[in-house]
Design a protein. Structure first.
Length: 179
């Protein structure tokens, strides 16, 4: 067995990427404080061809040296918008017919393993702050909440790991219908 060379990976250019069909998901970053986490989420969003990132509140924006360390150029391929307040972004998406789903441990959360996204729905996923999670004000506005099952002594994942797990799950289900 050998690893594939860079040429064998058949990576598309940024120009080609912008023309490819995207997974119709918007990821909302609700006050993410770590620029490395932001960069990692950009990179994961590129990998799964996510439609767009909404960077909200204290979430840093490109161009940013610390974001670029983990994004590895994904800030050039993934479309993004910045909002001063997460609530404004959510209000805009709700008016556009999006279902807003928090990725959070909450009363009534649906286990990620059991969640089947509607391939005809417009969906926005909210990922929260590393310490406080999705804000209470945002939780008041969401339509649903999804939680990742965990079986160890800790009760949370790093937000960039959470995004990778959730986006892979959504990609695995939706790609059959949409891409």
């Amino acid at each position: 067995m050998r690893k594939l060379s860079m040429d064998e990976l058949n990576r598309v250019s940024v120009e080609k990427f912008t023309q490819l069909e995207k997974l119709p998901l918007i990821c909302i970053l609700d006050n993410i404080r770590s620029q490395h986490n932001i960069g990692s989420i950009f990179r994961t969003s590129d990998a799964f061809r996510i439609q767009e990132l909404y960077l909200c509140g204290i979430t840093a924006t490109p161009p940013n040296r610390e974001i670029n360390k983990s994004a590895l150029g994904a800030t050039e391929s993934v479309k993004w918008l910045y909002f001063d307040e997460t609530l404004v972004a959510i209000d805009q998406l709700k008016k556009a017919g999006y279902k807003i789903i928090a990725i959070e441990q909450a009363i009534g959360s649906i286990n990620l393993e059991d969640y089947i996204p509607d391939s005809s729905a417009k969906i926005a996923l909210v990922f929260g702050n590393e310490v406080t999670g999705v804000s209470d004000e945002v939780m008041d506005m969401v339509d649903e909440s999804i939680e990742i099952p965990q079986f160890g002594t800790k009760h949370s994942f790093n937000v960039s790991v959470t995004a990778a797990i959730v986006l892979y799950q959504f990609y695995s289900i939706l790609k059959k219908h949409l891409l």
